[in-house]
Design a protein around this ligand. Structure first.
Ligand code: WTA
Length: 632
């Protein structure tokens, strides 16, 4: 890890008062009181939240902490889909709209809770027919369509562990994830639609499963097209085909609170992604609570989280959190600037979106496109704005607050991770907002900024962001690599290390600066330097590669690669584009370098480790810091 502790903060004293009326109406009316309540009795706090949900059997104990392993809601039994569906179907929400979906093609669909419940149960019975049972793993590689949510919930219904892989990943990345989880089934679609083009998914799956002996079946959603998709009869089955002739009821599998709900792969500092494991009980309670309190979600809200379901933000705040609360969710198979830069604002107007949650990279893109686009639409339905994925810089905060929120909507900048499952730091509705600062610990969790020895840093100083106590929706392990899990708790003894650098400002507000490890956040997507490096090195012309993140106004960071060629190869534009194509095919379009520099040497430690920090400092014209370990 390459920590820097010399970050000094120039305090900007700018605060925004919360707009009138929000505090009084909020689920968490007073942050200080809520936080004090939590500190007085942490288990009691979470127990009260958990009791708002349905359980088949209650817990014997709220929490069992056996450092670094935690169990939450010990011996409790539940099914998360019972809380996301059955609970609402039995109430006044039966005919409430659960899901509104719109594609850039103009196609539109609505699901009430009743319809979603029925489709999930039929698809779950279809999965059972394929021989799947509790504990099996299924990989979901789909576009942002309602069937993706149906597939996730159907897995959860029968206790099958899903591993959703973002549709922007390439065959190699998909293959690695299928094999690591030993998935038995892949659920996919013939194609995804992006900027007017059909991008095939099924063919990527077919390439990825060569060399995946665990795969028994591929379930294919055939999207409306003139030419229906050809299925390979031996292994491929139709998404709606498996729902034919099954029972319309599927009893929810009784899950232990600590049974795994899903695996979600995230980039690591090695070449292999980490399979983050979340469990049924704690994850449900954590996402339910934060959806309700951080977004202050009420029954009349229409909630749009623009994230893809293939990321944790989609899992927690498109699917499980909002459905557990009983919200109306909007989901769009859309991009922010196609067919024109006003399309998101048109959707906000058309669907009466009240809570809008997006990423700083999108906000910066909207800024660049200009305020005339949002001005064309009626955005008065909006009442809360959210941000996630990377630091929301003050300029972007102010633009968002003024131009989208008309200076009357609170902005919640939420800091959290795949590993945390739920929001950890934010400025709760009704509290003063500080642009540039995510805020404070959400009631229910304890965070701090510390030095290498775990000592809290003074106000105005930088350090490592840590979480000091277990929380319900924390990861329980890294799939098949528990040693990697323990590392999270061993880097700073007794604390969970987030891998982020942060600064504590006045009044306890926390500013998250960026990663302290070898992960680059490009447009909000986590990319491991090692993953891109191994993709480059797998090209026959490349001997060695080093990858760094370079600050980028729009994307937050962009990827720059330094490449040493094998003897017999010479740098050329053609080779540069070959390498970019190669990374695109192996890892997917999200991981392609925007710059490749051919070099003869890379800075290395005497033990042979590439010093990316030195490359980065040189690139940015900065002092590389301590280079005493640099090889001559
Ligand atoms: C970064 C996404 C600053 C951070 C939910 C973290 C943020 C990583 C913020 C996790 C924020 C996320 N301010 N940085 N509000 N939110 N990050 O696993 O570096 O895809 O460690 O989870 O994103 O990314 P992940």
């Amino acid at each position: 890890m390459e920590e820097t502790f010399d970050v000094k903060l120039v305090e900007n004293e700018k605060y925004y008062s919360p707009p009138a009326g929000y505090r009084e109406e909020a689920w968490t009316k007073d942050y200080e009181t809520a936080y004090a309540d939590f500190l007085k009795d942490p288990d009691g706090f979470w127990e009260r939240v958990a009791k708002e949900l349905d359980w088949f059997r209650l817990w014997d104990k709220v929490k069992e902490w056996n450092y670094p392993y935690a169990k939450w809601f010990v011996n409790a039994k539940l099914n998360i889909t019972h809380n996301c569906l059955d609970r609402h179907v039995k109430s006044d929400r039966k005919n409430k709209v659960a899901l509104m979906w719109k594609a850039e093609t103009g196609e539109e669909r609505m699901y009430t809770y009743w319809r979603l419940y029925r489709d999930v149960m039929r698809f779950a019975n279809g999965l059972k027919k394929l021989g799947l049972k509790k504990g099996d793993r299924v990989c979901i590689y789909m576009p942002l369509v309602p069937e993706q949510i149906i597939a996730m919930l159907a897995c959860a219904r029968i206790g099958v562990v899903h591993s959703v892989v973002f549709g922007g990943f390439g065959a190699n990345a998909l293959n690695m994830r299928i094999n690591d989880a030993q998935a038995k089934v892949v659920i996919t679609a013939d194609y995804t639609i992006r900027r007017g083009k059909n991008i095939p998914l099924k063919t990527i799956v077919e390439e990825a499963v060569v060399g995946s002996p665990s795969i028994e079946k591929i379930v294919v959603l055939s999207r409306k097209s003139e030419t229906p998709v050809d299925l390979m009869k031996e292994i491929e089955v139709d998404f709606y085909g498996i729902m034919e002739g099954v029972d319309s009821y599927c009893a929810p599998e009784e899950m232990d609170a600590e049974d795994p709900l899903f695996i979600l792969y995230t980039s690591g500092s090695t070449g292999t992604p980490k399979g983050i494991v979340h469990t049924c009980g704690g994850y449900m309670v954590g996402t339910y609570y934060t959806t309700k309190h951080v977004f202050d979600l009420k029954d009349k809200d229409r909630f749009w989280c623009t994230a893809d379901t293939g990321w944790i933000t989609g899992h927690s705040y498109v699917v499980y959190g909002p459905l557990a609360v009983g919200a109306t969710v909007f989901m769009g198979e859309v991009v922010p600037d196609y067919p024109d830069p006003g399309c998101f604002w048109k959707l906000v107007e058309d669907y009466g979106i009240t809570i809008f949650y997006t990423a700083p990279t999108a906000i910066r893109m909207f800024m660049k496109l200009g305020e005339e686009w949002p001005k064309k639409y009626d955005l008065s339905s909006l009442r809360i704005l959210g941000s996630v994925g990377e630091p929301l810089n003050p300029e972007a905060f102010e633009w968002y607050y003024k131009n989208i929120g008309a200076s009357r909507c609170p902005v919640v900048d939420t800091w959290w991770q795949t590993e945390t499952g739920m929001h950890m730091i934010t400025t709760m509705i009704g509290e003063k907002m500080r642009p540039g600062f995510a805020g404070k610990a959400v009631p229910g969790v304890k965070v701090d900024v510390v030095d290498k020895d775990g000592k809290p840093v003074p106000i105005g100083t930088g350090g490592l962001l840590v979480i000091q106590e277990p929380w319900p929706s924390m990861l329980r392990t890294v799939y098949g690599n528990d040693a990697r899990y323990r590392q999270y708790w061993e880097t700073v003894e007794g604390n969970y290390s987030a891998g982020d650098l942060a600064v504590k400002g006045k009044d306890g507000y926390i500013m998250v600066i960026g990663r302290s490890d070898d992960i680059i956040i490009v447009s909000g997507h986590n990319i491991g330097t090692a993953e891109v490096e191994s993709a480059l090195v797998s090209h026959q012309a490349v001997a060695e590669a080093a990858v760094i993140g370079k600050p980028d106004d729009m994307k937050g960071n962009s990827i720059k690669a330094f490449v040493i060629l094998r003897v017999g190869n010479t740098p050329s534009e053609k080779l540069t584009s070959d390498l970019i194509y190669h990374v695109r095919m192996t890892l997917g379009p999200i991981a392609i370098p925007s710059e490749i520099e051919f070099v003869d040497k890379l800075p290395k430690t005497r033990s042979g480790k590439i010093m990316r920090r030195v490359l980065k400092a040189r690139e940015m014209g900065l002092d590389p810091g301590d280079i005493s370990t640099l090889e001559e």
